[in-house]
Design a protein around this ligand. Structure first.
Ligand SMILES: Nc1ncnc2c1ncn2[C@@H]1O[C@H](COP(=O)(O)OP(=O)(O)OP(=O)(O)O)[C@@H](O)[C@H]1O
Length: 567
């Protein structure tokens, strides 16, 4: 090639390079201006939204009514807006110029459950009577506990009182999530057989005060609530209430999802039930109630229902050989399953003694299960690992999202637990699964490998104190979206032990074992939400994010830690 030709080629190369550079620059500029435009539009939208919120706040803070009432013995200037009631003491100026010692007060309407007209009535008088003012029934917080309280506003003018009563009533009907008609199931056999009494004493009066109508079924047997739920006309109700222990709660949650599937004609895919479920604790551990209320207290539970506090909660499906066993929140295989199986054989014992006996005996005969454990871990980088999921991350399919591929281990395990909620109890205030929350779209898998009895007891004891229960080389904890447990054989079970267990079951045939999946081989006891389920084959557990709505609020720690005396 001659020199001029080379120069020409060099020039051409330079010019195409320049052209490419220019094009890139133009594209970057266009991109920048596009992004700028988008950003400007976003900002504009944000400004509009903020203005709307401000406008709404201004509107809600506009004074709806203003009047004078006596609170206690002193007159107060009372203001009512759409969201709150505030009162300031009216003090005539004293010659010495002393300031009032009375404090102003505020009550948010979201905490008011009912308003009534107060009247002076003689003993036995059922209607009429001179008007005294209005009474506002509200709830006060004491830690996790909700307690009933009353604010009395006295004014003898009937007209004044009725104006306030009607306005307050109208404002309260604006809270759309509050139920008006509830389907209530009471399990009279739960724990100490106190469910009916608990409902009558602590819950029914609050429902009556808030003008909530109820349709009550006192269950007669296991599965009764499920069969009623399959048949009844649900669209009449605003919610379902369960008064009982974890077994009853699990039966109703399972029933609600099954019914939603039936109504949507979706036999394969779990469907979110339309109605929320309220849980009045009347069992012995009440982990679901504790996880959504923070306390085992029927009044707190009832007030959450009356005030319409709702939250969506993750659930699991448990299936074997492609057949659904049930929907629920937690499952335990190994120690938890065997301990429950022992407890169920001693149904005649009082429940706390039965549980302690079973725990001690299962510890004394501690043996590992030989099994294959597979799980779909959720990516650690995912924000949902130990926290909350964004609303828009929901997957309608209920399929695991951002899951890694299956991890499979084989070996000896003392205990395998899968929990989609933290399972707070008074024995484990931070929960049996403190590394998950009620709606993060994942379950906690806690697998305890084979170790000595003393090390296993050390691990169990850490649940009641603080943390550190996972700081053992034989304990694995994972955030998962699915788990498979395939027992390989029954090992380490001496003949003597099997004989003794056989004797127990022959003598005390009153056990509540549910053999769901029957087969020729040995069945393994599973503890699914406190219910004993015997399954022979592999069990597949899948997490379904935010499948059910429960009345309550998210809590991170249960109140009233109690120590377990038996270990
Ligand atoms: N009338 C009844 N008699 C016997 N069992 C019933 C009756 N009604 C419901 N059941 C069943 O009893 C089982 C256990 O109920 P629940 O969990 O409420 O009580 P519990 O086992 O005493 O409490 P916990 O699970 O907290 O120990 C549930 O599966 C429920 O279906």
């Amino acid at each position: 090639m001659s020199e001029p030709e080379e120069e020409l080629q060099e020039e051409q190369r330079e010019s195409t390079k320049k052209k490419k550079k220019k094009k890139k620059k133009k594209m970057r500029k266009e991109k920048r201006s596009g992004r700028k435009k988008e950003e400007e539009e976003e900002e504009e939208e944000k400004r509009e939204e903020e203005e709307q919120v401000e406008e709404e706040e201004e509107q809600s803070e506009c004074v709806v009514l203003r009047g004078i009432f006596k609170l206690g013995k002193k007159s107060h200037d009372v203001l009512l807006t759409r969201t709150r009631l505030t009162w300031t003491p009216i003090m005539p100026e004293t010659p010495t110029g002393e300031a009032s010692t009375l404090e102003p007060g505020v009550l948010l309407l979201q905490d008011v459950l009912a308003v009534k007209v107060k009247r002076r009535r003689a003993a036995g008088q059922e209607s009429g009577g001179a008007v005294l003012g209005v009474a506002l029934f509200c709830c006060r917080r004491r830690g996790r506990r909700l307690e009933e309280d009353t604010l009395h506003l006295h004014n003898a003018s009937a007209e004044h009182t009725h104006t306030w009563y009607n306005t307050l009533k109208e404002l309260l009907t604006g809270f759309r999530s509050r139920p008006k008609y509830l389907k209530v199931f009471i399990n009279p056999s739960s724990h100490k057989k106190e469910a009916v009494h608990i409902y009558r004493e602590h819950v029914a009066p609050l429902f009556k005060m808030a003008d909530i109508r109820t349709d009550i079924t006192v269950t007669e047997r296991k599965g009764h609530a499920l069969s009623v739920m399959k048949e009844c006309k649900l669209d009449e109700y605003d919610g379902v209430v369960c008064v009982g222990g974890d077994g009853s709660v699990a039966e109703l949650c399972h029933a609600l999802v099954l019914r939603a599937q039936l109504d949507a004609d979706s036999p394969e895919k779990p469907v979110q039930p339309v109605l929320p479920l309220g849980i009045i604790p009347a069992g012995s551990t009440d982990v679901v109630s504790c996880s959504v209320h923070g306390v085992r207290d029927p009044v707190t539970a009832a007030l959450h229902i009356v005030l319409g506090h709702q939250q969506q909660v993750d659930m699991c499906s448990f299936s074997s050989l492609g057949q659904l066993v049930r929907f629920g929140f937690s499952a335990m295989f190994g120690f938890g399953g065997r301990s429950l199986a022992r407890a169920e054989k001693k149904r005649w014992m009082p429940s706390s003694r039965r549980r302690e006996y079973a725990l001690v005996k299962t510890l004394a005969r501690l043996r590992p299960e030989d099994c294959q454990l597979s799980f779909l871990p959720v990516k650690k980088s995912n924000s949902v690992m130990f926290g909350h999921r964004d609303q828009d991350q929901d997957s309608d399919s209920g399929e695991p999202y951002e899951a890694e591929s299956w991890t499979t281990n084989e070996g000896l395990y003392l205990s395998i637990s899968i929990m989609s909620i933290p399972c707070l109890t008074t024995h484990a205030p931070q929960g049996l699964a403190p590394n998950t929350s009620v709606a993060n779209g994942t379950a906690s898998l806690i697998a305890v490998g084979n170790t000595s009895r003393s090390e296993f007891i050390k691990h169990l004891k850490r649940y009641s104190s603080s943390s550190g229960q996972f700081n053992f080389s034989f304990v694995e904890a994972h955030a998962v979206s699915a788990v498979k447990v395939r027992p390989r054989s029954l090992i380490g079970c001496s003949e003597e032990e099997e004989d003794e267990e056989e004797d127990e079951s022959n003598n005390e045939g009153d056990s509540k074992i549910t053999p769901i999946i029957q087969s020729e081989g040995a069945a393994f006891p599973w503890n699914i939400d406190g219910e004993l389920v015997e399954i022979t084959n592999e069990v597949l557990i899948r997490v379904h994010p935010r499948l059910i709505t429960l009345y309550g609020e998210e809590v991170d720690e249960a109140e009233m830690p109690m120590s377990c005396s038996c270990i």
